[in-house]
Write a protein that binds this ligand. Structure first.
Ligand code: GLY
Length: 394
């Protein structure tokens, strides 16, 4: 990395930290989810136990880890009661306990060694582990609902690509307890994803369905993408980032090769501005809506691949450093709102549940902001993030 690169990423980082310090008193005990839309750069706050709840505390923990400024530690800890309440309300818990408790409790334990945080995270890991369906060998994504047979048939038999991030809670739990069962389930799930959710051209299905009784594979489908056979770009990001971390956590080389295969699909299909549209296979005649959150996740994932390859003395690392930082520059140029007076967020131009319309496009998304910060820190050379917490000590 040359001096100019270093200056460029440090400037973005300083802009990010400035927004965090400005917004801590505004958010207080609330957790942002999605921007209000239009020229209003303030936030709507998240519903209780929604999958997005931990991305604000996650950014605060990352900022504390990065700066050691206690303002971030104190601001992160005000959210603890919300996460305790989740653990006390079993019907609220789903596979996203991974996101929720990695970014909150594992981040706390990783940064401060707090034993109560460790206990909360281990309770969440037990919940995630218990969702493993032994017949089909996958972690069930969503919960069943009372008196809804149609939904329940779908829910029990479904794994979704987003889970590639959740499984890192299991790898962490294995490391801190010495119990290999957590890690075995994470590996089984990732191998199943590898077999069924990755297509031959390096694109991905959002979801994959199994017969809930026999566990036999039924086929891929989508929930947020353009169509069952398209490629939802945030999902592609979850898989690139998730497989790269799964390699670090398991040392299974095939997970690294999967991450690279998926990254190559993005490199071959991304538009010249380096900001992904919401679905890589949406027809060119349809609105080319951007998703900055996909860009941020993909950038952080591809920069992980680059640092792994560099460590393995594999020269391909240069290609992925360039791709990861080109995407980061695209985000800075076209989506960064840190310079707008009164902005409470980092990125605009996010897209979620596009088919619902409204401000679900061109939106500030709290997870896009989290991964933007992570990507900037990766570009600056940081390697130890919550996804591989505890690995550095082994
Ligand atoms: N995990 C849900 C999403 O990416 O929208």
């Amino acid at each position: 990395m040359d001096f100019n690169d270093l200056k460029e990423w440090t400037t973005i980082k300083n802009d990010i930290i400035k927004i965090y310090k400005y917004t801590i008193p505004i958010h207080g005990t609330k957790r942002p989810e999605i921007g209000k839309g239009g020229k209003n750069y303030s936030w709507n706050y998240t519903k209780e136990h929604y999958w997005t709840e931990a991305f604000w505390p996650g950014q605060l923990w990352l900022a504390y880890d990065d700066t050691k400024d206690k303002i971030f530690l104190d601001a992160a800890r005000v959210h603890i009661p919300a996460f305790m309440k989740m653990l006390e309300t079993p019907k609220w818990l789903h596979h996203d306990v991974g996101f929720l408790f990695l970014m909150s409790s594992v981040s706390d334990y990783k940064t401060t060694g707090d034993l109560e945080a460790k206990k909360r995270a281990l309770r969440a890991a037990d919940i995630l582990r218990s969702r493993f369906q032994w017949n089909g060998r996958y972690i069930q994504a969503w919960n069943t609902k009372p008196n809804n047979d149609e939904w329940n048939k779908i829910a029990v038999g479904k794994m979704i690509i987003d889970s590639m991030e959740n499984i890192h809670l299991l790898y962490w739990a294995s490391r801190v307890t010495g119990e290999t069962a957590y890690q075995e389930i994470a590996n089984e799930h990732a191998l199943n994803m590898q077999k069924n959710i990755i297509r031959e051209d390096g694109s991905t299905y959002h979801c994959f369905n199994f017969d809930p009784i026999t566990g036999n594979p039924l086929g891929g489908s989508t929930h947020q993408g353009y169509s069952n056979e398209s490629c939802w770009s945030r999902g592609q990001g979850w898989a690139i980032h998730g497989f790269a971390q799964a390699y670090l956590n398991s040392k299974n080389k095939s997970f690294l090769e999967s991450a690279i295969f998926l990254a190559d699909f993005v490199i071959d299909n991304i538009s010249d501005d380096m900001v992904p549209i919401w679905d890589f296979k949406a027809p060119k005649t349809s609105p080319q809506i951007k998703d900055s959150s996909a860009g941020a996740i993909i950038s952080a994932g591809i920069l992980t691949i680059s640092s792994i390859l560099e460590e393995l003395q594999d020269n391909r690392y240069k290609k992925y450093y360039k791709a990861g930082t080109d995407i980061l520059r695209g985000l800075r140029k076209y989506c960064d709102i840190t310079q707008i007076e009164g902005s409470q967020g980092l990125l605009n131009q996010g897209a979620s549940h596009v088919n619902k319309g409204g401000y679900w496009t061109q939106a500030m998304l709290i997870y896009g902001d989290y991964y933007y910060y992570e990507a900037v820190l990766r570009a600056l050379g940081k390697k130890d993030f919550v996804w591989t917490a505890g690995l550095e000590e082994k």
